[in-house]
Design a protein. Structure first.
Length: 322
């Protein structure tokens, strides 16, 4: 179930804890008794031989970084997201992790230093400007932001393929699959087929949820959804604009290029009028019905996991108004 980068992190963390335990620090004293324990003598020897110090960490760091950035675990991401990973994510890791005393780096906690600097408004860290002060970090670093940065409309990036990748890794995995996967692990489930099944159902459910969100941003009643939608003004790569571009004529694409991502009410009205002209509301209703039917079928036909795990979530989100 675990992919290679996650396995490397777990091996490093395990070696960290085993090394600490050998020095008398009581981390995970019951590890050997748990169902997750690995009785391999070879692995035990490797942990015993490992010396958790600065040099050992630095010799491991490049491997950890490169495997975390290995895009193969994401399938075939768009080139722009690959470039972003190499340029920005590798940069922020190299800038923040292999410096100072390395106490946090060796505990895989360099993130806390970045967060601490931002909260404190610090200027320098380890003799150099804090990472958040670097010019490159002022740009959007989420995939949806690099696909559709505020103030820049590049219609070539507004594709349903790009959109589905964004919502899969922005919403579906962490909001739907991961909580259930954690519950499965805590409940003692180890069957890889069960995890693959849960991922398949819950990722599709998460995609449906986000597409609903995009629809409600434009068509939902503010008093019900609790906000006034701004996806059009904010230049969001939403399901609506991607679907509109797929259906639009060249003249209609010009309307999108001239008005999308602009704050003025006249521009927003022009986009909403085009969405109405293209009958996107009906497209969403058709998608919603098909998605619900497919999810119900997947849930009903499987017998690896309790059906109620999935139906209880689907019932809450199907045809929601907020």
């Amino acid at each position: 179930m675990l992919r290679r980068p996650a396995l490397s992190l777990l091996r490093f963390a395990r070696a960290t804890f085993d090394s600490s335990a050998s020095r008398g620090i009581s981390f995970f004293e019951d590890t050997q008794k748990s169902s997750m324990a690995e009785p391999s003598l070879k692995k035990a020897k490797m942990a015993a031989d490992y010396v958790h110090d600065r040099n050992a960490f630095l010799s491991t760091y490049d491997i950890l970084r490169d495997e975390l950035l290995e895009v193969s675990i994401l399938g075939k991401p768009p080139k722009l997201s690959q470039d972003w990973l190499r340029r920005y994510v590798a940069g922020v890791m190299d800038y923040n992790v292999p410096g100072g005393k390395l106490n946090r780096g060796m505990a895989l906690q360099a993130f806390f230093l970045v967060a601490d600097d931002i909260m404190d408004g610090s200027i320098t860290r380890r003799g150099q400007p804090c990472w958040y002060m670097q010019p490159k970090t002022s740009h959007g670093q989420m995939l949806d932001n690099i696909t559709a940065p505020i103030g820049t409309v590049d219609l070539s990036k507004y594709t349903l393929d790009n959109y589905m990748r964004i919502v899969t890794y922005k919403t579906a995995f962490y909001s739907f699959y991961l909580p259930i996967a954690c519950g499965m692990l805590l409940g003692g489930i180890r069957d890889e087929a069960a995890f693959k099944l849960a991922e398949k159902i819950l990722v599709e459910m998460g995609q449906y949820f986000q597409i609903q969100d995009d629809y409600l941003d434009c068509y939902g009643e503010p008093e019900l959804i609790g906000k006034i939608g701004t996806d059009i003004e904010d230049n969001k790569c939403s399901w609506l604009v991607c679907t509109a571009l797929k259906k639009a004529t060249e003249a209609q694409k010009e309307v999108i290029a001239s008005n999308y991502g602009k704050k003025e009410a006249t521009h927003v009205a022009a986009i909403k009028a085009l969405f109405k002209e293209l009958d996107l509301e009906n497209d969403f209703r058709a998608y919603e019905a098909a998605s619900h039917e497919a999810l119900c079928k997947m849930i009903e036909e499987q017998d690896l996991l309790p059906k109620g795990v999935f139906t209880s979530i689907l019932k809450k989100i199907y045809k929601r108004q907020k």
